[in-house]
Ligand binder design. Structure first.
Ligand SMILES: [Zn+2]
Length: 153
């Protein structure tokens, strides 16, 4: 069920649709829905599929622990989407709803939201707490994963 709960929202009337429906127009007011802009590149993971989606993933995974009431999480969202797009060939980006998934939060001592966890080969290798800039997240990503930043360093 992961990634199916991304929601398309009609900017005109507020009607909501599952991204899975892939609608082009709002069924209520017929305004165009900007599907490509609304689709999240991050997969949603849970206590149940965490081991498969994150720990057993062949490459590195950036996991954002978030909560719906968290304003900083909403501010972090577009940054995470940009990182998911920029690193789409070498990084999997996932989101975990903290209240629905206490087992993962407890196992990795997630105490606040947003928290960004970076996993590689089934192990947690970095942990960032709070709202950070894209530059700061990328800096830590590159340090943790030794991504080549393209400057020959
Ligand atoms: Zn509408």
């Amino acid at each position: 069920m992961a990634a199916e709960n991304t929601v398309l929202v009609c900017k005109k009337c507020g009607a909501k649709y599952s991204a899975r429906e892939d609608r082009l127009h709002c069924g209520r007011c017929h305004a165009p829905l900007l599907v490509s802009e609304r689709k999240s590149m991050a997969v949603n993971v849970s206590d149940i599929d965490f081991a498969r989606e994150v720990l057993a993933s062949p490459g590195p995974v950036l996991l954002v622990a978030w909560a719906p009431w968290c304003a900083y999480c909403r501010m972090l969202n577009p940054i995470i989407e940009r990182i998911a797009a920029d690193y789409k060939d070498r990084l999997k980006v996932a989101r975990l709803h903290v209240e629905d998934n206490p087992a993962v939060c407890s196992r990795y001592a997630v105490e606040g939201v947003p928290t960004i966890l970076i996993f590689k080969d089934g192990r947690l290798i970095n942990n960032m707490v709070g709202l950070l800039s894209k530059e700061e997240i990328e800096r830590q990503l590159k340090a943790a994963l030794r991504f080549n930043s393209g400057d020959g360093s």
